[in-house]
Design a protein around this ligand. Structure first.
Ligand SMILES: *[C@@H]1O[C@H](CO)[C@@H](O)[C@H](O)[C@H]1NC(C)=O
Ligand SMILES: *[C@@H]1O[C@H](CO)[C@@H](O)[C@H](O)[C@H]1NC(C)=O
Length: 358
């Protein structure tokens, strides 16, 4: 068995993106510096990773690419005018970006062309999330709307007025529900009814959320504590002090029989935690930590193929969005509900087909 390796990638106020390599087959996990990428001229505001590329977005209005195979800078994507606020890969061939300019862009990861540029929100796009099936995306913005996008044809499928400016939207891993975050509140929506099933209130403004499984949501915000909330009960079931100052980002992944939660903070530390997702949630144990010495803003985990293979052997669960899409297709209920949303609420197709400026 190949040594199991996990990558931690974090962006910072100091313009630099840090990459660390962690050996996960040791008792104490230590993060070794792997690379630094200093391509931005302002704060790094978003980061995402595919198997091959790390992409970062910044207040400098650019998206920078880093090739994890060649370990080199891979150029920049210039299209947005305004900060990049969100980045998400879907499938192996596409990247979605959102920005303060209100645009949602679909990029091909093969030639790094902008395939589609959509004026998605009247204000800024603050967050986006691709459905596990890869067919739909949700976005929220500063025009107080939640929008559903049909990724097959790139059209707006559904617009919901949510009365407030949300800053985070996330699908659950099964894609049967999603959460919308406004300041310190998480509204949990049911896909089928598109109505709020419950609301979780965090003591502070929320900076990041991550579903650990389909029912447990990790919530981090403007304090040192990470809370694990049960979206079914709409309440927190466990909390732990993760850092010395505010937690800026949280990500996770499933290992054989436990969940690894990784947190990044303003205090400069990235910490790795082990959580057993059993009936009775217990506070996690610290697996390891690293002092990046920078004020971190965003975080993602990077999994080279060796880890994916290990994970695949351990559990016959989907590890790519295509596999997940196939699994989702088997779950008829979810698929039908998603399609009903599109069909019932499809807005008029946009007639205007503006040539993209530049
Ligand atoms: C998720 O984890 C919780 C808490 O450990 C567990 O009780 C629940 O059964 C899990 N849910 C799913 C959908 O796996
Ligand atoms: C992290 O590293 C910085 C720079 O080396 C140092 O000043 C700081 O004290 C370290 N933090 C902790 C808690 O060790």
């Amino acid at each position: 068995m190949a040594a199991a390796v996990l990558g931690l990638i974090a962006g910072s106020y100091e313009q630099v993106t840090f990459g660390y390599r962690v050996k996960t087959d040791e008792e104490k996990w230590s993060a070794e510096a792997d690379f630094t990428h200093h391509a931005h001229t302002a704060t790094v505001s978003a980061v995402a990773a595919s198997e091959r590329f790390v992409v970062t977005g910044s207040k400098d209005e650019t998206i920078q690419l880093y090739d994890m195979k060649k370990r080199t800078d891979h150029g920049a994507l210039l299209h947005h005018s305004g900060s990049i606020t969100c980045l998400e890969f879907y499938g192996t061939a596409h990247l979605l970006s959102g920005g303060e300019d209100g645009l949602l862009c679909v990029w091909s990861t093969r030639k790094w062309e902008c395939l589609k540029s959509i004026k998605a929100h009247k204000g800024q796009v603050t967050s986006l999330s691709v459905h596990p099936s890869g067919k739909l995306a949700l976005s929220v913005g500063t025009d107080k709307t939640l929008r559903t996008w049909n990724l097959i044809n790139g059209r707006s499928a559904f617009i919901k007025n949510i009365k407030q400016n949300a800053h985070i939207v996330r699908w659950s891993p099964d894609g049967d529900k999603y959460v919308v975050v406004v300041n310190d509140k998480v509204d949990i929506y049911d896909l089928e009814t598109a109505s709020v099933m419950g609301t979780i209130t965090n003591p502070k403004r929320i900076s990041s959320v991550k579903f650990l499984n389909n029912s447990i949501l990790a919530v981090a915000g403007d304090d040192e504590t990470v809370r694990l909330c049960d979206v079914g009960k709409a309440g927190c079931v466990c909390e732990f002090k993760a850092h010395e100052t505010r937690v800026k980002a949280v990500d996770s992944l499933m290992m054989d029989d436990y969940c690894v939660v990784v947190t990044a903070s303003n205090d400069g530390f990235i910490k790795m935690w082990r959580i057993h997702l059993k009936e009775e949630l217990e506070p996690p144990t610290l697996l390891g930590e690293v002092n990046t010495t920078a004020r971190l803003t965003c975080l993602t985990l990077w999994k080279p193929s060796s880890v994916q293979q290990v994970a695949e052997e351990a559990a016959p669960k989907a590890t790519t969005s295509e596999e997940l899409a196939q699994e989702l297709l088997k779950t008829k209920r979810v698929r039908i509900a998603a399609e009903e949303v599109i069909l019932e609420d499809e807005s008029k197709p946009k007639k205007k087909k503006k040539a993209s400026g530049k």
